[in-house]
Design a protein around this ligand. Sequence first.
Ligand SMILES: Cc1cc2nc3c(=O)[nH]c(=O)nc-3n(C[C@H](O)[C@H](O)[C@H](O)COP(=O)(O)OP(=O)(O)OC[C@H]3O[C@@H](n4cnc5c(N)ncnc54)[C@H](O)[C@@H]3O)c2cc1C
Ligand code: SF4
Ligand code: SF4
Length: 357
Amino acid sequence: MARRLGHIQKTHPSDFEAAIAGHLAQDVADISLRQGAEVTLTSVFAVDKMMASKPEIDHAQAEGITIMGGWMPIGVVKGADGRATALRVMQCEAKMVGPRLEIKKIEGTEKDLPADLIVSAIGQAVDFTGIEEFNSGKGAVAADKNYQVTGQPGVYAGGDVIRPHLLTTAVGHGAIAADGIDQFLAGIEPGRRPKIDVHSFDLMRKYLEKGIQFGEVKGATLGTDKSKEVVHNYENRSDRYVIPHDQLFLGHFQYTARNRRHITHLNKDSALGNFQERIDPLSEAQVIAEAKRCMSCGQCFECDNCVMYCPQTAVYKVKKTETMTGRYVATDYDKCIGCHICADVCPTGYIQMGLGE
Ligand SMILES: Cc1cc2nc3c(=O)[nH]c(=O)nc-3n(C[C@H](O)[C@H](O)[C@H](O)COP(=O)(O)OP(=O)(O)OC[C@H]3O[C@@H](n4cnc5c(N)ncnc54)[C@H](O)[C@@H]3O)c2cc1C
Ligand code: SF4
Ligand code: SF4
């Protein structure tokens, strides 16, 4: 951003009073759009170990930013007027040991980087003004597995305020907290969360959506293929493991190239004053094309191969009234001779021999 904004030649007192990025940015952009500040970024990690994606690092370097990997700030050098004139740095080796950052200084490597402006971008913190009671004492909000704030029943929190991470993480916290809030309002003790909180395909939900309800299973469950109260010939493995590629019939799929996002590459000069998106989102047509590459691993995608190739006509399409996503074909075990052909020709790995054992 500092590079893109330009170089501060003329300053207003208000720039410093309201040292808010938005205000400062506006003034800088107005004053000297195409001057171009020489920007140096220091990181305690080596460049290839920095906590940034490779395209971000490549873009920054292409746009003229010098990245000094393996350097740590140790002080700010000030002039007679009390303003910073340089950042004092020294070389270091940094690594994460679990959640802890370990930094080893390399003595004798100290040097000053002359600077007009030093921007500290070393993390984020929560402003607890007015909500002090939620401070865990470690500058964050502490919450349990259901995202209920520790020691505050009925209060839920998620996202960066718990631990700065990704947008999707914050969305996931929200989803889990919503479950917890629902249980709290219903007066139910929150249940244990699964080790890995995934949302997978749920056939029972599809049945409910279709208005099909099951009765009660009474007595022994042997001979269930005749029972109307259970789903016969179906087992959802997706909530337990990922179907590996060697269980797919890959010959069924044509190679289809991935739909990649368009990336705008800028150089040192064209970066100035340029705030356009660097990585464009996929268009609607591209998103649909990308979704069509899905191989539906482990779920039936209604290709009819098994119905066509079964020599015993043992595989049949389930009745129209019972058909739904995930419920398309079933096998009549009285006819099946176990030849394995259906499993071999199933592109998605949906058919597994020996189910029901
Ligand atoms: C520079 C940067 C780049 C990032 N890049 C990515 C990325 O590429 N991909 C990715 O997935 N994530 C990225 N993240 C992380 C992502 O932005 C956050 O994890 C996510 O925004 C967290 O969402 P949140 O709702 O918890 O918090 P926020 O998005 O911070 O929302 C908190 C909201 O609460 C408001 N607020 C604060 N205090 C109060 C108060 N007292 N009263 C009322 N409202 C208040 C704030 O104004 C804000 O609107 C990036 C973060 C940063 C800083
Ligand atoms: S194992 Fe053979 S007989 Fe049995 S359903 Fe599959 S293809 Fe048909
Ligand atoms: S079970 Fe497999 S082979 Fe049969 S229709 Fe579904 S995806 Fe096709």
